[in-house]
Write a protein that binds this ligand. Structure first.
Ligand code: SDX
Length: 429
């Protein structure tokens, strides 16, 4: 029997809506006919109770701390796959076999170079510009190089755009870093894996051979996997909304990068490390936890809390394990910030304020510490997040564009401004 929801209005009218069910997770009330039937809108700033779309890509159960990419638990993907396999999975819906992976890697590898004129975009920025500002500018500028050959209604064009973005983001992120430290750009190499290539572009210098450390490459590759997609978060919703107007994918991804930059979202890993540096040592934890609980203090524990996870963020646990591995590999197991983070997490998880509000460490809590240990500067953390999330943004964008039902996103509002009034000419005001 079809499930229904009925809205009974105080004027005696009642309006019925279909209830739609998915594979797993909450049902949704299909309210698309609400305005037509009742003359009213729903009101849900922040979209706390709103499903903006249907999707087959990622599923999160916030109460159970579950994250699935195309049905596969994040723990299993982190253990058995590399990032390029997860890219294939998110874009195509299935994990690749060896032949499919080989072909995918071959294509991605041959799109890692950027148009050489793109190098000049960097010289327009100050060296001390935040690398996320550079990223928004340069990724948006890719439209100037590929927009004329891009028909978003053409499946093949959408596919080539996906390859270009997945392949070129590491090159652009590494260029943003090299530009910020005044070192020459390092070109990609086709004989290296996706993540080894990125680490070499970040850390190699012309003066000597760069030695790839497979343990560190595996750790960063896993960090990419953990950040690859996350349902309809703020930046993904931004990419979808930008894409709903028919904007090209490079412009949409640039919009996603801009949204991700905020400290409440992808900027939290940078903010979290700055917070740990400010706390300094375990003796000061109490003072900062007190501030985080104070309604009159805007301070929040960065890397804690989540709109959806009201249990442990499964990525935070995997990130903590990765952090441990990297610090051990580098002989930094006594790293003071890692020890401080472990102590802070323990204090917060035993404090009633955090327990009652179901605030747990999220993906950003440990990612800054492990990236810092890998030699990545704090200002680059959100760029790394953007690099990894690009495949998720593209998969979500492709899913929307391929949906024959999709329309331009155009929310309404509750108007609380001035009623209609006459405008007086200047001499009468
Ligand atoms: C990411 O959406 C995604 O999926 C995002 C992401 C992804 O992969 O795309 O997972 C990546 O962005 C992770 C989140 C990174 N942000 C941070 O770590 C910043 C610190 N966290 C908070 O700003 C906050 O928890 C949010 C923004 C993450 C979630 O905010 P919500 O869901 O709007 O929750 P809220 O702010 O309404 O908090 C509920 C209560 C509030 O208290 P009350 O008003 O109910 O009394 O909890 C409090 C908040 O004040 N609270 C915190 C807190 N987070 C929430 N108090 C102290 N420290 C915190 N970190």
């Amino acid at each position: 029997m079809d499930k229904k929801a009925t809205l009974n209005l105080s004027d005696g009218r009642s309006v019925e809506f279909p209830v739609l069910g998915g594979t797993i997770g909450p049902d949704v009330v299909d309210i698309r006919s609400l305005y037509g039937k009742s003359g009213m809108f729903t009101y849900d700033p922040g979209f706390m109770s709103t499903a903006s779309c249907s999707s087959t890509i990622t599923y999160i159960d916030g109460d159970a701390g579950v994250l699935l990419y195309r049905g596969y638990p994040i723990e299993q993907l982190a253990a058995h796959c590399d990032f390029i396999e997860v890219c294939y999975l998110l874009l195509n819906g299935e994990l690749p076999n060896a032949a499919q992976k080989g072909e995918f890697v071959h294509t991605v590898t041959r799109h890692t170079m950027v148009h050489d004129q793109l190098n000049r975009f960097f010289t327009g920025f100050r060296r001390d510009a935040h690398p996320m500002a550079t990223m928004v500018g340069v990724v948006g500028a890719l439209s100037a190089f590929y927009h004329d050959s891009l028909d978003i209604t053409d499946h093949e064009h959408r596919k080539i755009a996906a390859f270009r973005l997945v392949a070129k983001l590491p090159t652009i992120v590494a260029m943003a870093y090299k530009y910020s430290i005044g070192q020459p750009f390092v070109y990609p190499r086709n004989d290296l894996s996706y993540t080894a290539n990125f680490m070499r572009m970040m850390f190699a210098v012309p003066a000597e051979e760069y030695k790839v450390n497979p343990v560190l490459v595996r750790a960063l590759d896993r960090i990419f996997i953990l950040h690859a997609d996350h349902e309809q978060n703020a930046s993904t919703s931004t990419v979808r909304l930008a894409g709903s107007s028919g904007a090209n994918p490079f412009a949409c991804i640039a919009a996603g990068i801009a949204c991700l930059w905020g400290p409440a979202h992808g900027g939290a890993n940078e903010a979290c490390l700055q917070m740990l540096e400010e706390i300094g040592n375990v003796d000061h934890i109490g003072k900062y936890v007190k501030r985080a609980k104070d309604k009159d203090d805007s301070f929040k524990l960065m890397g804690f809390g989540h709109r959806v996870y009201k249990n442990h963020d499964p990525r935070a646990k995997l990130m903590r394990e990765t952090c441990h591995e990297v610090l051990n590999e580098l002989g930094l197991h006594n790293d003071r910030l890692f020890k401080l983070a472990i102590a802070l997490e323990k204090v917060a998880l035993e404090d009633d304020y955090f327990v009652s509000k179901k605030l747990y460490p999220n993906v950003d809590f440990y990612s800054g510490i492990v990236q810092r240990a890998l030699g990545i500067p704090t200002s680059m953390f959100t760029c790394i997040f953007a690099l990894a999330r690009t495949v998720g943004w593209i998969a979500q964008w492709q899913e929307m564009i391929a949906d024959p039902e999709y329309k331009i996103g155009r929310p309404r509002q509750l108007y609380k401004g001035a009623p209609r009034r006459e405008a007086k000419p200047l001499e009468k005001r």
